[in-house]
Ligand binder design. Structure first.
Ligand SMILES: O=C(O)CCC(=O)C(=O)O
Length: 187
């Protein structure tokens, strides 16, 4: 539908979803934003929209290893992601339209949905066309090339989504967004 956008339903099993959620819930949440977040690998600075080698936090958590391995083995990422942001959305929470920081992150971004589904809404920077993808629980969405750079993505702050004529209430959604950082070693 958009070049560089891939969507895979049932990317993870119900058992893996629960294991990931257990891993997330045993880890510390950061109060940096309105929604709760966790950051691994490198800490992204939301205010200055920047990242550098001084922001290194350590390896990605062990509970994410199975996913990062699959992302590479199944050809979604060329190299293993080294940055992970966990976002938690309660019903009614979302994320405003944005293009992920271009100087901070490489081409491919992958997001796994845990818990509630929701629409991801995309808008072309060039033509203002709109598309939306309903992210089912346990799905994977990849944004790369045109979808990553030429379109914004957002999640509307809603308590329900209308999917094929059915009103689906939102509950807690946790997303795991994997990226590779761009680090200038000379800095
Ligand atoms: O929750 C998601 O799936 C998307 C997260 C996102 O767009 C971001 O962290 O920049």
């Amino acid at each position: 539908m958009i070049s560089g956008l891939f969507y895979a339903e049932n990317f993870i099993s119900v058992a893996s979803e629960q294991e990931l959620l257990d891993g997330v819930d045993q880890s510390e949440w950061l109060p940096d934003l309105k929604r709760r977040v966790q950051q691994y690998g490198y800490k992204y600075d939301y205010k200055s929209r920047s990242i550098d080698h001084t922001m290194f936090l350590g390896q990605l958590p062990v509970w994410s290893t199975e996913i990062t391995k699959r992302l590479v083995d199944e050809g979604y990422f060329e190299i293993s992601p080294d940055q992970l942001i966990v976002n938690e959305y309660q019903s009614g929470q979302g994320i405003s339209a944005h293009v992920d920081c271009e100087p901070c992150f490489q081409d491919t971004i992958g997001s796994v949905t845990i818990g509630s589904g929701c629409y991801m809404e995309l808008k072309s920077l060039e033509t203002c066309e709109r598309r939306s993808v309903y992210l089912q629980p346990r799905s994977l969405i990849i944004l790369s090339s045109e979808a990553r750079y030429q379109w914004t993505h957002a999640i509307a702050k809603r308590t329900f989504d209308d999917v094929d004529g059915v009103r689906i209430p939102r509950s807690r959604r946790v997303s795991l967004t994997f990226r590779n950082v761009v680090i200038d070693e000379s800095e």
